[in-house]
Design a binder for this molecule. Sequence first.
Ligand code: XIL
Length: 458
Amino acid sequence: MAQNPPVGGRTRRRPQARARCALSLLTAGVLAAAGVVALAGTAQAAGALGDAAAAKGRYFGAAVAANHLGEAAYASTLDAQFGSVTPENEMKWDAVESSRNSFSFSAADRIVSHAQSKGMKVRGHTLVWHSQLPGWVSPLAATDLRSAMNNHITQVMTHYKGKIHSWDVVNEAFQDGGSGARRSSPFQDKLGNGFIEEAFRTARTVDADAKLCYNDYNTDGQNAKSNAVYEMVKDFKQRGVPIDCVGFQSHFNSNSPVPSDFQANLQRFADLGVDVQITELDIEGSGSAQAANYTKVVNACLAVTRCTGITVWGVTDKYSWRSGGTPLLFDGDYNKKPAYDAVLAALGGSGGGGDDGGEGACTATYTRTSTWNGGYNGQVTVKAGGSGITGWAVPVTVASPQKVSAVWNGTPTTAGDVMTVRHSWNGTLAAGASTTFGFTVQTNGGTSAPVVGACTAS
Ligand code: XIL
């Protein structure tokens, strides 16, 4: 949001009425701006990683598997901590199009609807990749393969249009080692180097709002492989091929440690005019050594303005794809590890690992209550948990070019593009009781849903 949204204790109005109130809204906006100063420093007291990252203008997410969402501890850890999810396997080609032109989205849809009901963002992973590719794809001849690839991108992106903040359009297209060459795959071998460009061009025609990323591993430091990706991105930017972001998987262990030039590498990509994202972070190890490595990664992202978010590749060590290496922030019993405390501290949240106050004390649930040409009203229900609360705060991110033009039953302040709405008259809630606040968004052509983060109680 470019400006602070105005404050109002008003009830919801029909959109036509809003234009008439433009002047008074503007005045209220100035008052709200003054409120930012008064409240600075008191925001984001919660332990939730997503909130702490949002206060820095970034998301903090986790890879999620649909079949674990029914496990209470898994879901409650996810919901309490993370602001974005990536389906770990459910959006891959073999999962959504196991036979040609027959699409099944049910597992991925479960993750997306869970995320939406909790106000989390969703990363799309992944459209074109040599792995987890169903058997029918690789025997296709070039012309057929081209149309299958474009159809796959089109159908999947259309299904999730407006729900995905960033898509990994192409994953892992370069070889490891010193060659800087493309990896052999059905796409590379039959369509040649141009397949990546074609995939991005197709993706842009389907969803003009999702950020389109190239994603890879062993590209986290400066080396032959990342140099090759760098040259490709540079060429794409020069020729106007639509690419918005580069994902750095960041799977680290003793053979592949956090590179000392990680930040410099992120920065050189950002300097090409793309966002950078840490997309699949996990770091094998334990205790303070693991924690220190996580700190390095978070600090690197925070030091690069265009590093827009971090995703860890799983919620708990128990279900990690590398569970033997215990690479995540929560152990198998969902206890916070030293790595968790380190990440939270690096993000500027409250550390300590113990009970940090508001966590779990309230929840925020978003619904869109009305829509019209050019705008909509959203409503967030704030509900106290097992104990009463005396105040609450909820971060709401509305992506440009959309703008918040009114807020009611809550007091907004802004930090970057995140509007944090605090209680006004309605801060005191008994255990289990709820209240709502609402806001009006002018879409200005944008289609993405607002992202409502975790509630913080005081
Ligand atoms: C992994 C999943 O975590 C596993 O469950 C699955 O068996 C294999 O794929 N790079 C990627 C991810 O882009 O999609 C991979 O995820 C890990 C490496």
